[in-house]
Design a binder for this molecule. Structure first.
Ligand SMILES: *[C@@H]1O[C@H](CO)[C@@H](O)[C@H](O)[C@H]1NC(C)=O
Ligand SMILES: *[C@@H]1O[C@H](CO)[C@@H](O)[C@H](O)[C@H]1NC(C)=O
Ligand SMILES: *[C@@H]1O[C@H](CO)[C@@H](O)[C@H](O)[C@H]1NC(C)=O
Ligand SMILES: *[C@@H]1O[C@H](CO)[C@@H](O)[C@H](O)[C@H]1NC(C)=O
Ligand SMILES: *[C@@H]1O[C@H](CO)[C@@H](O)[C@H](O)[C@H]1NC(C)=O
Ligand SMILES: *[C@@H]1O[C@H](CO)[C@@H](O)[C@H](O)[C@H]1NC(C)=O
Ligand SMILES: *[C@@H]1O[C@H](CO)[C@@H](O)[C@H](O)[C@H]1NC(C)=O
Ligand SMILES: *[C@@H]1O[C@H](CO)[C@@H](O)[C@H](O)[C@H]1NC(C)=O
Ligand SMILES: *[C@@H]1O[C@H](CO)[C@@H](O)[C@H](O)[C@H]1NC(C)=O
Length: 894
């Protein structure tokens, strides 16, 4: 940047002198160097910024070029792009070698299309500054860079691990090197990185963030990089304690970043020795013990979040009077804060004490010495009265006082506090009263008021709101006012008004809601038909209208919602046929719930095209006819195809009660880091549920069901099904619950069912089953009620013993034989590749899309949660953490 301004300055000077000194200036550029540059630029598709590079002009006046004003030699070439429209794209030509006096070369932020770092750069002997960051280069870093003996600054960051090296020895002897940035260079194979770096005695800034380094040596025989000011070793896989040498290398250390580098053990007392330290980031590790009492008083930013730190600490920060940022969230800290502990912190702007066990014991007249920008006190004990001191904080942009045990009405002044508020989370308290109109909060983009006791009408929202939840309160009245909000806002993507007592019909104004991604109106008293304008919500991924009084048929405009993942219309009074287009339109649908409505007619076989379905509930309707045989096409349930990506979001959680049944408790350990986790809602693609109970379905149970090996629950009870239970049902190894009761099933219970070792609940009662109950496996643990009212069934746990000569209907045997053959053939058609992916294949978490629309800080918060989920998966799946994480982050940041 500096060089660019410098260069612009040169040009300005040049212009102001232009009339008198034209010949002299045009003479400055050296022809051979001009030719070299013109040749170099022909390697690219030069973007518009190179229009100034005209052969007839003085090349020293070209944009990005600077010459020595005496000799005319080019010393600076700054071709860094400003934005994605002015990327250089193409090949790097060695004509640069004709610029022998080049000292400054910046090619960052361009797209060299996965070329290698050219070796010829090693011959640009005078280079002092080389910046190749974010330039889409790949391959091994050429050792020839070691020839650049005058180098002071080298930046190879941002390659996304495509650059690598197996040795850093080429850096030896670079006694002038002050800045070295190797972020995202793969150093996984370098053995002695620390020894090499330690010899760079002029080094001021070192970044080896995300370099896949596994080894952090505990000791260092001598410390030689004593000029270090900034050290960034974040995002590596050290798996070791914070080493002692850190405290000897440099007394000038100003910034230290060790976030997410798998550090264990305590935070050493020796941090007190680093008396120049102003920024310390140790967040997202597995550090234990207490926060040491000796932190340097020079600290301005302290990040210790997401560790396992415990004990009290308020006294220990009381003297860090320069603190601007204090983030100790998500630890096991336990403390009571008094006014005097915060007395000295007058510079504090960000305070994050969330997710600990911290009580705020402030008098109602407390005047804090600080004005906070970020107030994150989630799950701190602030109540029961609404904290009065907040009234002094007039400029915050983000406030989270959720789960703070406040049992009070929100005072009026609170709503007028911050004009700048962007993010407000007051959820999960017992706040009462009405919520005022938000239309005058221009910056507000996230508002979470869920889980309180608010009453009254739903408020008017602000035009820039992206995320709104008022769920689980007592809002009442019609929701027609939402139309005004939808018209006013172009950004609303998440709207959750569920679990209130809203009433009246759905307004027909959804054509204004096109930015919506999640619409949740479940469990209210809404009634009437589903208006056809809902078909305008073409970006919708989750639609929940369940538990209301909607009636009538589904409007055909719904078929335009082709992005739906979740559709829950259960527990209404909807009627008509289940439209076959559901199967054709909703290609991503994972959850379909039409439970307890008045749908009639057959189950359309087009429904089987929903290959990603993991939850299908059509129970308690008036469906008739046979179950389509194509159910085997639910490929995700068959563990053949993983879900494309899957939704995990703390706010969009589908239905805790339902989803929790999808979680295999014995596989997902929910206590991570000794805390029982609040994030149990990780969906595994291989846990699936089908409920077709309480209809009038007839015919046989399609043997294709037994392909759906991901099923944990199958309920076909209360129908009119006939024939035998398919003997291949033993393939459903994960089945935990099977209900086939109250049908007309006949023949014997297939002995293969004894293989279902997870089966905890079985109901076969009220059928015509016959023969002996299999005497082995799970079967002996069930009560007699599981089998009752099957007249010809015998053996334990039923009272009637089996007679010696068991009669078996010959019809039954033939059927079973046929079933098995059919299954075998079907299996042959499956590519073996798919089968081998099978269970345990984690496509990862469901990345939730709203996040993409939210601002940075919100995304950060989201990533934090994502971290937790990933960690959780890691506990169970022993997948390479970094790889999975990186993948997820890429998804999120895309
Ligand atoms: C060119 O520079 C020389 C000194 O380097 C100076 O004497 C001469 O006047 C300049 N020519 C013009 C046209 O300004
Ligand atoms: C020439 O460059 C040197 C250092 O780069 C600078 O100090 C000097 O002022 C410059 N002279 C002119 C006439 O621009
Ligand atoms: C990109 O940067 C160039 C200058 O390098 C500028 O002309 C152009 O307007 C910028 N484009 C955008 C979209 O910012
Ligand atoms: C290299 O360039 C990038 C931007 O392209 C910049 O952010 C970074 O600070 C530069 N590195 C050095 C060491 O100047
Ligand atoms: C450049 O470096 C290579 C490898 O380190 C070395 O073999 C070669 O002699 C060097 N060339 C020059 C001109 O210094
Ligand atoms: C340590 O650095 C000094 C210069 O500060 C240098 O003279 C000495 O050789 C270095 N020692 C090692 C082992 O690199
Ligand atoms: C530490 O590094 C991480 C990852 O590179 C970065 O996101 C974070 O902002 C850094 N922390 C500080 C305090 O700069
Ligand atoms: C928090 O601390 C209080 C009092 O010290 C204790 O009663 C409570 O159980 C703790 N809560 C948690 C969640 O650890
Ligand atoms: C059940 O099926 C039988 C024929 O198998 C039919 O006679 C009967 O009406 C059906 N009952 C219902 C409730 O659909």
């Amino acid at each position: 940047m500096a060089s660019l301004t410098l260069c612009l300055l040169f040009m300005l000077v040049g212009f102001s002198l232009s009339s008198d000194h034209r010949q002299n200036l045009s003479g400055l550029c050296i022809e051979s160097e001009k030719a070299a540059l013109l040749n170099f630029i022909q390697g690219f598709n030069p973007p518009a910024r190179f229009t100034s590079w005209r052969a007839e002009e003085d090349c020293c006046k070209w944009k990005g070029v600077a010459c020595n004003n005496r000799t005319g030699h080019i010393h600076t070439l700054d071709l860094r792009s400003q934005n994605s429209t002015d990327f250089l794209q193409g090949e790097l030509r060695d004509s640069l070698l004709n610029l022998p006096y080049l000292t400054h070369l910046d090619l960052s932020l361009n797209d060299f299309r996965q070329e290698r770092v050219p070796e010829f750069i090693g011959f640009l002997k005078n280079l002092e500054y080389l910046n190749l960051s974010n330039a889409n280069l790949r391959g091994r870093i050429p050792y020839q860079l070691g020839n650049l003996s005058k180098l002071q600054s080298l930046d190879l960051s941002g390659s996304g691990y495509t650059l690598r090296t197996d040795s850093l020895d080429w850096l030896l002897g670079k006694s002038d090197l002050r800045v070295l940035d190797l972020e995202e260079v793969d150093l996984g194979d370098v053995v002695n990185w620390l020894d090499t770096v330690n010899r760079l005695s002029s080094l001021r800034i070192l970044s080896m963030s995300a370099c896949r380094i596994n080894l952090l040596p505990a000791s260092l025989p001598f410390a030689n990089f004593t000029s270090l000011e900034i050290l960034d070793l974040s995002l590596n896989h050290f798996n070791s304690p914070i080493p002692d040498w850190l405290f000897n290398i440099s007394h000038d250390l100003v910034r230290l970043n060790l976030t997410r580098s798998q550090l264990v053990g305590p935070i050493p007392n020796a941090f007190g020795k680093l008396t120049s330290l102003t920024i310390l980031d140790l967040s997202k590790n597995s550090l234990t013990g207490e926060i040491p009492p000796t932190l340097a008083s020079s600290l301005k930013e302290l990040y210790l979040s997401d560790n396992q730190l415990k004990g009290s600490f308020a006294k220990r920060i009381a003297n860090l009077s320069r603190l601007v940022v204090l983030d100790v969230s998500s630890n096991l800290l336990k403390d009571i804060f008094h006014e005097d502990q915060l007395l000295n912190l007058s510079d504090l702007r960000m305070l994050d004490l969330s997710s600990n066990n911290i009580t705020f014991n402030m008098s109602s007249t407390w005047l804090p010495p600080f004005q906070l920008d970020v107030i994150h006190l989630q799950s701190c004990r602030l109540g029961p009265k609404f904290p009065r001191w907040l009234q002094t904080q007039k400029g915050f942009s983000s406030i989270d006082i959720s789960s703070a045990r406040i049992l009070d009405a929100i005072p009026h002044w609170f709503w007028n506090l911050s004009f700048n508020a962007v993010h407000m989370n007051l959820s999960n308290n017992m706040l009462t009263g009405k919520i005022p109109d938000f239309s005058s909060k221009p910056n507000l983009s996230v508002l979470d008021m869920s889980d309180n006791e608010f009453t009254g009408l739903i408020p008017q929202i602000s035009p820039n709101l992206v995320f709104l939840t008022l769920a689980r309160n007592s809002f009442s009245g019609p929701i027609t006012s939402i139309c005004k909000s939808l018209v006013a806002s172009n950004h609303l993507s998440f709207l959750d008004l569920s679990y209130n007592i809203l009433s009246g019909p759905l307004p027909d104004c959804w054509k204004h809601g096109q930015s919506l991604i999640v619409l949740n109106l479940a469990k209210n008293n809404l009634s009437g038909g589903i208006p056809s304008s809902i078909g305008h919500l073409i970006h919708l991924k989750s639609l929940r209208l369940d538990m209301n009084y909607f009636f009538g048929e589904l409007p055909s405009s719904l078929k335009r919602l082709t992005n739906l993942f979740v559709m829950d219309l259960g527990e209404n009074m909807l009627s008509g046929k289940i439209p076959p287009w559901i199967g054709e339109s909703f290609v991503n649908l994972m959850i379909l719930r039409l439970h307890f409505n008045n749908f009639s007619g057959r189950i359309p076989s087009l429904l089987c095209q929903l290959k990603h379905l993991i939850f299908l509930d059509l129970g308690r309707n008036h469906l008739s006819g046979a179950i389509p045989k194509c159910v085997g096409n639910f490929l995700t349930m068959a563990s053949i195809e993983a879900v494309p990506s899957y939704v995990y979001d703390p706010y969009t959680v589908y239905r805790k009660d339902l989803l929790q049944t999808l979680i295999r408790r014995d596989r997902v350990r929910l206590d991570w880091k000794g805390r029982s986790s609040l994030y149990p809602l990780v969906l595994y693609p291989y846990l699936a549920v089908i409920d077709l109970s309480m209809n009038q379905l007839s015919g046989e149970i399609p043997v294709e069901f037994t392909r759906l090996v991901a099923l944990i629950s199958l309920n076909l009870s209360h129908n009119n099904l006939t024939g035998a239970i398919p003997s291949t049902i033993g393939a459903l190894k994960d089945l935990e619950s099977l209900d086939l009761s109250r049908n007309k099933l006949s023949c014997s219970i297939p002995p293969e069912m004894a293989n279902l070792s997870f089966l905890g609940s079985l109901n076969l009662s009220y059928n015509n089953l016959s023969g002996k109950i299999p005497p082995e496996g799970q079967f002996q643990t069930f009560e007699a009620s599981s089998f009752m009212k099957n007249e010809k069934l015998c053996g334990l746990p039923l009272k009637n013993a089996c007679s010696e000569l068991l009669y078996e209907d010959p019809q039954c045997r033939v059927k079973n034989q046929q079933n098995m053959e059919r299954e075998d053939q079907d299996h042959d058609e499956l590519p073996s590749f798919y089968i081998s992916m099978g269970i345990g294949f984690i496509t990862a978490i469901w990345v939730y899309w709203t996040v993409l629309l939210l601002n940075e800080s919100w995304r950060e918060a989201y990533l934090k949660l994502l971290d937790k989920v990933v960690e959780q998966i890691l506990v169970t799946a022993a997948v390479s953490g970094a790889r999975l994480r990186t993948k997820l982050e890429k998804l999120v940041s895309r």
